[in-house]
Write a protein that binds this ligand. Structure first.
Ligand code: CA
Length: 231
């Protein structure tokens, strides 16, 4: 089953970027730039998640959040607020009004995607793919199991989460900062060298003998998963 995401955002370019990336991850996406439309769309279309901009013309995101929460037919829909930097007080107000989480603009896309998945995993676990596959590597989220070909790959919890995060962004280079945000969380006090250490452990676990190294180091940028051998 496909998870449905409703984007409520009046910046057209941002909305389009979000739509593109959410559709690329397999979500069914609807979009409106207007808060009052959003209220109707939530009630009628029952999205699995609402991505709600804080600053909307006419009716604010926070008011929309309050209205969505006050209706019996939309009371439980997960809401992720998009707020601008420096709205600390607003953010707290947002959470107390019933938003499930928030990200601060400008946000990193992998972090936003990770937060969306985290919310959906709690709220609609049957709509998130349990098994990620890439080349001969397969990662089963429910069973917490990784295989390469027929072989089971034993990973510690951090390496597991690192591999999961990389597999969720196929073909994309992730910076050390993005990996830190997505795997360790943005409040963790971990320096970027820690990422390299855990990437090293992940590689060691994934590669046996002459097997292709799927973790590509992109000099000056970060890491990506790539199943095509480089020659
Ligand atoms: Ca806005």
């Amino acid at each position: 089953m496909t998870a449905k995401v409703l984007i409520v955002e009046d910046e057209a370019a941002l909305a389009e970027m979000l739509r593109y990336n959410l559709e690329a991850e397999g979500y069914a996406v609807r979009h409106t730039a207007r808060g009052d439309d959003a209220e109707m769309m939530v009630a009628e279309e029952h999205p699995d998640l609402v991505l709600l901009d804080w600053m909307l013309p006419e009716v604010s995101g926070i008011e929309i959040c309050r209205r969505i929460r006050s209706r019996p037919d939309s009371r439980n829909v997960p809401i992720l607020m998009l707020t601008a930097r420096g709205e600390e007080g607003d953010r707290i107000r947002g959470l107390s009004t019933g938003a499930d989480d928030y990200v601060v603009k400008p946000f990193s896309l992998p972090e936003l995607m990770a937060r969306i998945r985290a919310i959906l995993r709690r709220a609609a676990p049957d709509r998130i793919a349990d098994v990620l596959a890439m080349g001969d590597i397969s990662l089963d989220r429910a069973a917490h199991r990784v295989t390469r070909g027929a072989r089971e790959v034993r990973l510690g919890p951090t390496e597991f989460r690192l591999l999961e995060f990389l597999m969720e962004s196929p073909g994309r280079v992730l910076s050390r900062a993005q990996l830190l945000d997505g795997v360790w969380g943005r409040d963790a006090y971990v320096d970027e060298r820690t990422v390299d250490v855990h990437i090293g452990r992940l590689r060691k676990a994934l590669i046996r003998g002459k097997e292709h190294d799927p973790v590509r180091t992109v000099r000056g940028s970060g890491y990506m998963l790539d199943m095509e051998p480089v020659n």
